[in-house]
Design a protein around this ligand. Structure first.
Ligand SMILES: [Zn+2]
Ligand SMILES: [Zn+2]
Length: 138
């Protein structure tokens, strides 16, 4: 048993994965469909306009964008990278920040010992042979 308060309506429910109760999940699903339908009918509408017309939070629409659910109806709408704010098609992070994060994580796991390889190959030891002039004693 894992009881939790719904993040949306506050009702106590059996939490499985979603932070919101099944009623709210159904409602949000209906809202998502409404948003998709509205965009299909009004392809020029802005995020703010859709939010106002349908009385939903802008954040809700942003969430749909992040989940990649509006890509088909509105590919121009981009989610924004949590880290740097760059426009992305879906998810939380842009590919750059994702790879940076992955690199940091792997670094944290196995700290690389940076071995300074001394580069000797560049050094060309010039040997200058000095020939002593042999003074010829004539
Ligand atoms: Zn709820
Ligand atoms: Zn980024």
């Amino acid at each position: 048993m894992n009881l939790a308060n719904c993040a949306r309506c506050g009702k106590v429910f059996m939490k499985v994965r979603s932070p919101i109760c099944p009623d709210c999940q159904r409602e949000e699903e209906e809202l998502a469909q409404k948003v998709i339908e509205y965009i299909k009918e009004n392809p020029e509408a802005s995020v703010a306009e859709v939010a106002t017309k349908l009385e939903v939070d802008v954040e809700f629409i942003q969430e749909l964008i992040r989940e990649g659910r509006l890509i088909k109806v509105k590919p121009a709408w981009k989610a924004h990278c949590r880290q740097c704010g760059a426009p992305i098609s879906s998810g939380d992070l842009c590919s750059e920040c994702r790879s940076k994060l992955a690199a940091e994580l792997s670094k944290a796991k196995s700290p690389k010992t940076q071995e300074k390889s001394e580069n000797d190959s560049g050094k060309t030891s010039m040997k200058i042979y000095l020939y002593d002039r042999v003074k010829r004693n004539d």
